[in-house]
Design a protein around this ligand. Structure first.
Ligand SMILES: [Zn+2]
Ligand SMILES: [Zn+2]
Length: 385
């Protein structure tokens, strides 16, 4: 997108709420004056932003700072992050199984407040979440193919170099600058941060994966009882699927799946043929079992095998003779996140979503947060800037 400098907006909080001035002292340094406000929801912006820098696989995160932009280009929005959660894909990055430009700020699952906006309809103070990718809205994937997540000019948060734009491109930070092609959604007040933060990755992906169901779809098998499998079990039940079986090697995970409406199935246990199978294990070894479990005309959806080590043991004949539909799913479009947030708003009082996220660790303890993620005690570890 070409940005006209004349369209730049100054970075100022609303003048109507400004009262006096306050000096912020941060990390021992005296910083310029910022306006103080009578609005209890307004936090005077700290300058610079606090960030956790990723320098490469197997290296610890390093706390640092980055200047907040003093002006926003048209369509940009500056967010103060309230809570971020550690996604499994970031774990892959820190372990060298996924590459990222360094140094950079990782993290793409979060919720926050608007500090400053240069976009119509997005106002200072709003509590929001956003799509994890920024797309151009012009290219064939964005317009004709209905796949904005495959935009020809795609930008992904938590995956861009510190030298790209403002540098505030990830969620392990006090602030993030959202770009003009990022969809921003307000969050219902009733939903706690810990329930909302993982929605813009795991939940929205599940909503996309399960958008098209076979007809009829009375039973399903979810292969994998991690966060994706838990969301899938709950979402399929919400959509009226009577029986949702779920397989996983961990009895603890399966116990949690049961709390979200899934039926735990242990390895080797017999189960009836199903209308739909969803793969969210990340392992191609489960594919033959999935094909076997499907009824003729069933749908098989793959959403977990997001890495190259996924060679398949599968014949074309097995798919063809059973008249199966195979569908691969990666990320999601903005409307899937809207649907996911609606689902959380409708179901958070009857489903124990709060059990999925750890008590929050401060941003300064991000390294400990990754250790906790590796311990697999929680589906998500929360980080509070
Ligand atoms: Zn994620
Ligand atoms: Zn595009």
């Amino acid at each position: 997108m070409i940005i006209n400098p004349a369209m730049c907006f100054s970075f100022k909080p609303p003048s109507a709420v400004i009262s006096t001035s306050v000096r912020i002292v941060f990390m021992g340094a005296s910083l310029p004056d910022y306006p103080q406000t009578s609005n209890p929801h307004f936090n005077p912006p700290m300058n610079p932003a606090r960030i956790q820098l990723f320098h490469g696989a197997h290296q610890p995160f390093q706390m640092g700072t980055a200047a907040l932009p003093d002006e926003l280009h048209s369509g940009e929005v500056l967010i103060e992050i309230s809570l971020a959660t550690i996604c499994g894909s970031d774990l892959h990055t820190t372990e060298g199984r996924r590459s990222a430009p360094t140094p950079c700020v990782l993290g793409h699952e979060a919720v926050g407040h608007v500090v400053s906006s240069a976009r119509d309809g997005i106002a200072y103070g709003q509590r929001v979440t956003w799509t994890l990718a920024d797309s151009c809205g012009q290219c064939a994937p964005c317009t004709r193919w209905h796949l904005p997540q495959k935009c020809a000019h795609l930008f992904k948060y938590g995956h861009a170099s510190l030298s790209d734009g403002s540098g505030l491109n990830g969620c392990y930070a006090s602030h993030i600058v959202l770009r003009p092609g990022t969809q921003i959604m307000t969050v219902p007040d009733a939903l706690p941060d810990a329930i909302v933060a993982p929605a813009n990755c795991a939940l929205a992906t599940i909503v996309n994966a399960l958008e098209m169901l076979p007809d009829p779809c009375e039973s399903a098998l979810v292969q994998g009882g991690g966060l994706l499998g838990i969301y899938a079990s709950a979402w399929l039940r919400h959509r009226g699927v009577r029986e949702v079986f779920c397989t996983d090697l961990s009895p603890q995970r399966l116990a949690l799946v049961a709390e979200f409406g899934g039926i735990p199935v242990s390895h080797g246990e017999k189960m009836p043929q199903v209308d739909l199978v969803l793969e969210v294990t990340g392992s191609s070894a489960v594919i033959p079992d999935g094909v076997k479990a499907l009824r003729p005309g069933g749908h098989y959806i793959w959403a977990g095998m997001v890495h190259p080590d996924t060679k398949l043991d599968l014949t074309g004949e097995a798919v063809l003779r059973k008249c199966l539909t195979l569908r691969g799913v990666h990320n999601y479009a903005p409307h899937h996140l809207v649907t996911g947030l609606d689902f959380l708003a409708q179901s958070h009082t009857r489903l124990p979503f709060e059990k999925l996220t750890s008590p929050a660790l401060p941003l300064e303890q991000l390294n400990e947060g990754f250790d906790l993620t590796r311990s697999r005690q929680w589906q998500r570890v929360a980080i509070q800037p």
